[in-house]
Write a protein that binds this ligand. Structure first.
Ligand SMILES: CC(C)(COP(=O)(O)OP(=O)(O)OC[C@H]1O[C@@H](n2cnc3c(N)ncnc32)[C@H](O)[C@@H]1OP(=O)(O)O)[C@@H](O)C(=O)NCCC(=O)NCCS
Length: 322
């Protein structure tokens, strides 16, 4: 089969011309990779992709090799921004080159779309080495991010600490949405992560970020009981948050951790994270994961000291100024 595939040159095809039956094989392979490598149940996301492909309403491209599809990517729009929602190329001897071909098609398509001024991506399953040139490199900024995991025995060992800042820690409640959006835009002012995700730069963006996390399954199923909010006892305002989702029956994911600059270094971040992780265990998880930008040494130091271990590096790439 491999020899037969090598006889073909890869071709880019509009995702709207691909049948969901054809894409199924790839989606199942991709689900296997998410499950075996990241303890992440991709099936809810795959079902959504399948549904939109069936309706021929998902924008993106597939990479065809002879009669088979060997990769696909889709994108969505948010105001002036194109977001690469998913990106998968079957591993193989030429997959690095195929990945760049597919990425090139997606980015070119978005650059040519009227109104799109920025493209964001977080390519967790990209296999190509760091040295391979990024398509449209002159417009691109690359940020390395790492995937980290922690096992249940490490979580159980975490000692409680009393933050030196007086705050009440409560489980997530939808009424805290607005105040938490204010916290996020304050916590990420001038932060590298707001270069990667421009939703962090202002309150409407932070609101949308929270809505995506709480309502949609892209980052797992939101777990309100394991999402802890810190409320400043003096002002009654939200001053820290740790949000968590279930990404499989046995695995949780920390989708957000931040505290206001004024309360940092008081153990609030530690305590929010510890309580979220313990609640994830109560929900049946045996492990948890998170992603963090490599240059965010403050956060990485906290994660290391809590017992998170490095698992893999992947790029977040942003294109702008085209
Ligand atoms: C990362 C972040 C959440 C940490 O929050 P925090 O409230 O400062 O966390 P803590 O106070 O629990 O711990 C931070 C450090 O302060 C230290 N610390 C805790 N209490 C302290 C005290 N009373 N005096 C001095 N230092 C203290 C901790 O030991 C820890 O140091 P260490 O890393 O050497 O172990 C916070 O810096 C933040 O919001 N950053 C911006 C958003 C961000 O990057 N989020 C992570 C995205 S992946």
């Amino acid at each position: 089969m491999a020899a037969q595939s090598e006889a073909f040159l890869p071709e880019i095809e509009d995702l709207r011309r691909v049948s969901s039956a054809e894409l199924d094989v790839l989606l199942e392979e991709e689900a296997y990779v998410w499950d075996s490598e990241y303890m992440w149940d991709f099936r809810p996301s795959a079902d959504l992709v399948r549904r939109f492909v069936q309706m021929q309403s998902l924008s993106g491209f597939a990479l065809r090799l002879g009669r088979e599809l060997t990769g696909y990517a889709y994108h969505v729009f948010e105001d002036h921004k194109g977001l690469i929602g998913d990106f998968y190329v079957r591993p193989g001897p030429h997959s690095g080159a195929y990945e760049m071909m597919l990425l090139s098609a997606v980015v070119q398509g978005l650059i040519r779309t009227p109104g799109v001024r920025r493209i964001e991506s977080q390519l967790l399953l990209l296999g190509a080495s760091k040295d391979v040139p990024i398509p449209f490199e002159r417009y691109a900024a690359r940020f390395d991010r790492q995937f980290m995991t922690i096992r249940q025995n490490a979580i159980r060992k975490l000692a409680p600490k009393t933050p030196t800042f007086r705050a009440r820690l409560v489980p997530w409640n939808d009424r805290l949405h607005e105040d938490t959006a204010h916290l996020i835009s304050g916590a990420y002012r001038g932060h590298v992560d707001s270069e990667i995700n421009d939703q962090y730069r202002n309150i409407p963006g932070a609101r949308r970020f929270l809505t995506n996390i709480v309502r949609f399954p892209g980052c797992g199923r939101f777990a309100p009981a394991a999402s802890i909010v810190a409320i400043d006892e003096g002002t009654g305002r939200v001053c820290g948050v740790c949000l968590a989702s279930l990404v499989s029956t046995a695995s949780g994911h920390i989708t957000q951790l931040c505290t206001l600059p004024a309360v940092r270094g008081t153990c609030l971040g530690y305590e929010l994270l510890r309580r979220s992780l313990l609640e994830l265990l109560n929900l049946g998880c045996s492990m948890a994961s998170l992603t963090v930008t490599r240059s965010n040494t403050e956060a990485i130091r906290l994660y290391d000291s809590v017992g998170f271990r490095y698992y893999s590096t992947f790029p977040a790439i942003v294109w702008e100024g085209f």
